[in-house]
Design a protein around this ligand. Sequence first.
Ligand code: FAD
Length: 387
Amino acid sequence: MEFNLSDHQRMYVETVRRFVKTEILPRILELEGKHAFPGEIIRKAWETGILNLSIPGAIKGYEMDAVSAALIIEELAYGDSGIATSAMCNDLANSVIAQHGSGPQQEAFLRPFVDNPLLASFCLTEPGAGSDNSAMTTFMSCREDGTYLLNGAKCFITNASYAAQFTVFCKVGKPTGNFMACVIVPVPAPSPEELAFGFEQGRKIAMSTGGNIVVGKGEDKLGQRLSNAAAVTFEDVVIAPEQIIGDRRLGFRYVIDVLDYARPMVAAIGVGLARRALDVTLNYTRERKQFGQRICDLPVARDTLTTMWKKVELAKLALMKSACALDEKTEDHGLYASLAKNTAAEAALFCANEGLHLHGGYRFMKEYEIYEGTREVEDMIIGREIC
Ligand SMILES: Cc1cc2nc3c(=O)[nH]c(=O)nc-3n(C[C@H](O)[C@H](O)[C@H](O)COP(=O)(O)OP(=O)(O)OC[C@H]3O[C@@H](n4cnc5c(N)ncnc54)[C@H](O)[C@@H]3O)c2cc1C
């Protein structure tokens, strides 16, 4: 078993680390403060070649393995998890075209992403159909001329305000039936100005082929504030047969294939976030002294830092195992994708919460729990009392 990265993979990691250091970290607080969309950073990421990782070699000129893709997403997320989410969403939306689209469909729907810095959206979730996407009501009805009409409402759709293409899952046949189709809906690409400031208040797209797409106001999220998410409504949007991916009844299978690819990438976002939380907390607790010692040397704080480190390392192992399983197309790759996602999510939450806590009141004045003594001080008092 090989635990070392290849020269190529090491080069990807170094490239994204440089990108994060020069393009993301210096601007993050300003963008976060304004809740601004990082359109310029996304454009530069595209120029650097770290977007659209799932586009096949036949279109892009080179193929990228899942381990390399996960490493790139992890490093981007170390810079900012919102930017990584926005970037990764292109692969969420486009991997179904890469996996199940015909040659002409790959040319028509993937080539534009190679030629220009565009964003894509993946439209699965609906207000009444979240974890249970079989309950979706978005429906595509067949017309006499062989085209279809797409109607329905999706919610929480990443990149929706800025997307140049929507990958949409919808019922077909009977609205209450079990057949689900996957259709690709390209729309006019936003201009660079619109990418920078554009559509957070909403966007209405009149389709030249018929129908409208209405994108709601950008959601005001608690976290990942540099990614955009909004509701999207499809109103009588005309769909040509060439826009349907694969078999128009097999959308459920395609969703599973997409999620098997996307889950390790979401895990990579969690690992990047957890690593960053650990690093900034280590830096802070090495510098700040209380009770005459560095905070990182105080026993209860050191236990927390050790647990943070262990969770990061285990999440990285689970991530790499799942990415290798995906590359090798093992039968159990879906199982390891779920393990990686859960392990990374747990590491990210733990490291963010505990890291925030170890920063005390100085950087996070809203953290009321820190008043009247931090949790560790309460634990010291309790420990002294009961021992
Ligand atoms: C920032 C963000 C970006 C997103 N981007 C996209 C996107 O680009 N495209 C897209 O299609 N969707 C997107 N989503 C939607 C996301 O996929 C859904 O939120 C998710 O699938 C859960 O659906 P729900 O929110 O309706 O929760 P629900 O399905 O209503 O679940 C709520 C809670 O109920 C519990 N629960 C649900 N099912 C079970 C079960 N079987 N057993 C036990 N407990 C259960 C869980 O605790 C769950 O958290 C995004 C969401 C967020 C927050």
